[in-house]
Design a protein around this ligand. Sequence first.
Ligand SMILES: *Cc1c(COP(=O)(O)O)cnc(C)c1O
Length: 388
Amino acid sequence: MSVIPYSRQDINQADIDAVVSVLRSDFLTQGPAVPAFEKSIVDYCGAEHAVAVNSATSALHIACLALGVGNGDIVWTTPITFVASANCALYCGATVDFVDIDPRTYNISVESLAEKLAVAEKIGKLPKVLIPVHLCGQPCDMESIYTLSQKYGFKIIEDASHAIGGKYKGEVIGNCRYSDITVFSFHPVKIITTGEGGMAMTNNAQLAKCMQLLRTHGITRDENEMTHTSDGPWYYQQIALGYNYRMTDIQAVLGLNQMQRLDEFVTKRHVIADRYNRLLADVPLIIPWQHEDSYSALHLYVIRLNLAEIGKTHRQIFEVLRALDIGVNLHYIPVYHHPYYQSLGFKTDYCLEAEQYYAEAISLPIYPGLTEAQQDLVVRALYEAIRL
Ligand SMILES: *Cc1c(COP(=O)(O)O)cnc(C)c1O
């Protein structure tokens, strides 16, 4: 029997045909597919600008740079995220700190954030940028976070790697109403895929321009941006230190085609989650709590085990599920647990709610192609692991 993964891509014949058509065309990169993909996401999300790059990690990096993050600056994020949400600040020479999570949503806690900001203001250590992460696809309390950003003067990058196709207060994630920049990931486990890929959304033309420059070596072909008039038709200038973070047309056309099924993918994830909710109603665990303000993209379906009632360890349950070929996972190890972050001085029990979450959480398989029969296998395995 093959393993049922926690997530995977959904590729159809139209996706394959679209990629093949690019392979047969003149441009494998720097052609028309990248702007077409960017436009489709702009149209869907309602933000003014989209900058496609080769990963969400790259998008987070150039988003930090565009917001001026550098040596001596402080960036805050949540500990329950993929390491990239924190690493991006370190790439820029800034320091990182973590704000504990909300015990119900597992997103950054607005109360903890408000308390930490009040202390930081007193000691002169306010963050320049905050990176809230819409964990599992459930949006953070962006309105409250935005209000705090106005009071304390920090910028916001939404890490929406899990959240394309979701809504906050009736509006599409990625419109940047409450942030400076929003970042998406198109890794195959995420909601839509380009193989590898990411996108940075913004309503600020200058930030967009800066990120466009940084994704391609800091090179411009726009004479208005050059220090002097062009030397000739071959001419370009490097005016900043950028990177090669470009998305290829092969990737972009796949993303463009996947966008047609984005809503269908998210609807399917909701059907699966609703079914889990029913099938797991009598098991000693906590099912994902959903805020009524929002519509989650449901990238992940995370349960929390009631270990006292189950009488087994988290690890035992996890190992039984894996032995039964259920590709359960744990999203995430608190970032400050990693040896690299420990070497920066973080203690293992730095955020108490994050610790509690890490001791109990398991991500069950959820993706558009998961059949009811496979889902039944997951639930049966969970019952067996817990041995009701
Ligand atoms: C996947 C992910 C990233 C990184 O995405 P890549 O496209 O793989 O670079 C960043 N943040 C979060 C929360 C993620 O889940």
